[in-house]
Design a protein around this ligand. Structure first.
Ligand code: GUN
Ligand code: FE
Length: 459
C-alpha cells in the first residue's frame, strides 16, 4: 500500500522533544511523552514521563520539522550545478532547458519521485514546490506528494514574457487556464487541501506581462489560493524590473499594484529591497522565504534577515533547489547562520543569528510563512504530528505496538557500538543541538512523520 493507505493507530511517542518556543528560546523536554490520535493530531503533551504510567525509558530526540518554504522540484537534477553563473544567465543556461524537458511525463515522474524521497529523508515534512509550466507534470507532482505523504504546496509556474520560445506560456489566458487546471486537479485528489494545496505561481515579475500578473491577482482574490514568487534576488534583475515596469516605483510595488502583495504571498529572497519596500511588505503582511545557500551559490547577495525580522516581517527558510545546491533544510538552517555572519562582517554584530533563531526560522517561521502555524512547527496539543527523530549515535529500538485499540509506543536507546562517552554524550542538550546544526546530515534523520504517518525510516 502507498503511505497514505496505511491505517494509523493512536500512538504515544516518548523521548526527548525539542521545539522552538520563541525566536530566542528552544524548549527542550528531556523525558516527555506526546500522544497522537488516529488522525495524526497531538492530543496530549506530558513533560514528565512518569505521569504516563509507562516503564519505557527513551533516549531519542524528536524535533518539530521542517517546512521548506521555497524549492523547485523540477530543478532537482541540477542541484550542485551552477558554475560561475549569476541569476539571469543561470536561468537561460541551466534552468529553462531542464524545466522544459519535464514536458516528458516519464522524466517528470523520475525527477519528482527522487526529489520527494530525498527531501523526506532529509526531514522536510512540508514543501512549497515550483513545478514547471506543464499541467500534466505539475499535477503528477501533486499526486506523488500525496502518495508519499509529504505535505506540499504545488505550483504550476507562470511565465508569458521574456522567456525562451521553447519554454513560455502562449498568453496570459492560457497561463490562467493552466493554473486553474492544476487547482482543479488538486481539489479532485485532496478536496479539503489536507495535505496538498495548490499555489498560484508567477515565476517572477520579469517573466510575466502586466495582464498576467493582474489576472493572477484576480484569481487569488476569487479563490483565496496562496501565492509564491521571487523578489529582488539579483541586482541585474532589479534593474530589469525597473525597465519593464517604469510606472512602478519599486519591485515590491509591481506586485502590490497587481494585487499580489497579500498575507498569502511567499516572496523568495528579498535581498536588495529598500527600506520603503520592506515597510510595504510588512504592511501587507506578505511573507519572506530566505534562501541562504542559493544566495551564496549564485552570488546574489546576503539577505539582511535581522533587519527584516526587526520590522516585524515573517521569515522562513528555503533550499531554493537548484539555485541552492542542497535539498536539505538542515543545510539551509546552517547556511542561514553563516550568511548572517557574513552580513555581520559588513553591518555589525547585531546581524548574527543564533542557533535558536535559525532553528526557529526553519520550523515555526516556515510554518507561518506557509500559513500553517496552527498545525505544524511545534509540539502542542491540537497541532499535527509532523516530526523527525534525530539520532546522534542513537539507534531506534524495535518498535512495539499493542493492538486492540490500545496505544502503541516507540522508544529509542543508545547504540551498543557508539563511541566512547567522552566523544559523545557529555554535552549539554544545547551543545548537542549546536553540533547537529553544524555537523548533522540525513544520516541523523532516523524517522520522519507527517500528520502522524511514518513517511521515512532510515534503514
Ligand atoms: N527567479 C526566477 N526564476 C527563478 C528560479 O528558478 N530560481 C531562482 N532562485 N530565482 C528565480
Ligand atoms: Fe527560486
Amino acid at each position: 500500500p502507498t503511505t497514505r493507505e496505511k491505517s494509523l493507530h493512536r500512538t504515544v511517542y516518548v523521548g526527548t522533544f525539542i521545539h522552538c518556543e520563541t525566536l530566542q528560546k528552544l524548549d527542550i523536554c528531556e523525558d516527555g511523552a506526546i500522544g497522537v490520535d488516529e488522525h495524526g493530531k497531538i492530543v496530549f503533551v506530558e513533560r514528565n514521563m512518569e505521569n504516563v504510567g509507562s516503564a519505557i525509558v527513551a533516549h531519542g530526540w524528536e524535533d518539530a520539522r521542517q517546512p521548506d518554504t521555497h524549492i523547485h522540484a523540477s530543478q532537482y537534477p541540477n542541484a550542485g550545478i551552477f558554475g560561475q553563473s549569476t541569476l539571469l544567465e543561470w536561468l537561460n543556461t541551466y534552468t529553462f532547458p531542464l524545466e522544459s524537458s519535464l514536458a516528458d511525463i516519464n522524466k517528470a515522474r523520475a525527477v519528482y519521485s527522487r526529489c520527494i524521497s530525498r527531501t523526506l529523508s532529509n526531514g522536510t515534512t512540508t514543501a512549497a514546490y515550483y513545478a514547471t509550466k506543464h499541467v500534466d507534470s505539475t499535477n503528477l507532482l501533486a499526486d506523488i506528494c500525496l502518495d508519499a505523504g509529504q505535505r506540499a504546496f504545488v505550483g504550476r509556474c507562470c511565465m508569458d514574457n521574456l522567456s525562451p520560445d521553447y519554454y513560455k506560456d502562449d498568453s496570459a489566458e492560457t497561463a490562467i487556464a493552466d493554473t486553474r487546471s492544476t487547482i482543479d486537479h488538486i481539489k479532485s485528489i485532496d478536496s479539503a487541501y489536507e495535505l496538498i494545496t495548490p499555489i498560484i505561481t508567477p515565476r517572477f515579475a520579469p517573466s510575466c506581462t502586466s495582464p498576467l500578473l493582474h489576472a493572477l491577482g484576480q484569481l487569488h482574490k476569487s479563490t483565496n489560493v496562496p501565492m509564491q514568487t521571487h523578489i529582488s534576488e539579483n541586482l541585474g534583475e532589479v534593474q530589469l524590473v525597473r525597465r519593464l515596469f517604469p510606472e512602478s516605483t519599486s519591485y515590491a510595488q509591481v506586485y502590490d499594484t497587481h494585487g499580489l502583495l497579500t498575507p498569502k504571498m511567499i516572496l523568495a529572497h528579498a535581498i536588495h529591497i529598500s527600506a520603503s519596500e520592506r515597510d510595504l511588505i510588512r504592511e501587507r503582511d506578505a511573507k519572506i522565504s530566505h534562501c541562504p545557500a542559493s544566495n551564496s551559490a549564485l552570488t546574489s547577495g546576503g539577505a539582511k534577515v535581522r533587519w527584516l525580522l526587526d520590522s516585524g516581517i515573517t521569515v522562513g527558510l528555503g533550499t531554493d533547489v537548484s539555485g541552492g545546491y542542497s535539498p536539505s533544510m538542515l543545510e539551509a538552517v546552517r547556511q542561514a547562520s553563516l550568511v548572517s555572519r557574513h552580513v555581520a562582517m559588513l553591518d555589525g554584530d547585531a546581524a548574527k543569528l543564533s542557533i535558536e533563531e535559525v532553528l526557529y526560522l526553519g520550523t515555526r517561521g516556515g510554518a507561518k510563512v506557509v500559513g500553517l502555524e496552527n498545525k505544524i512547527g511545534g509540539f502542542e496539543v491540537g497541532m499535527e504530528w509532523d516530526a523527525q527523530l534525530i539520532g546522534l549515535t542513537l539507534v531506534p529500538e524495535a518498535e512495539t505496538e499493542q493492538h486492540g485499540g490500545a496505544l502503541s509506543h516507540a522508544s529509542f536507546k543508545l547504540s551498543s557500538n557508539e563511541g566512547p562517552v567522552d566523544i559523545f554524550g557529555w554535552e549539554s542538550w544545547d551543545e548537542r543541538v549546536a553540533k547537529w546544526v553544524y555537523n548533522g546530515d540525513d544520516r541523523n534523520t532516523l524517522s520522519v512523520w507527517v500528520k502522524g504517518r511514518l513517511v521515512h525510516q532510515r534503514s
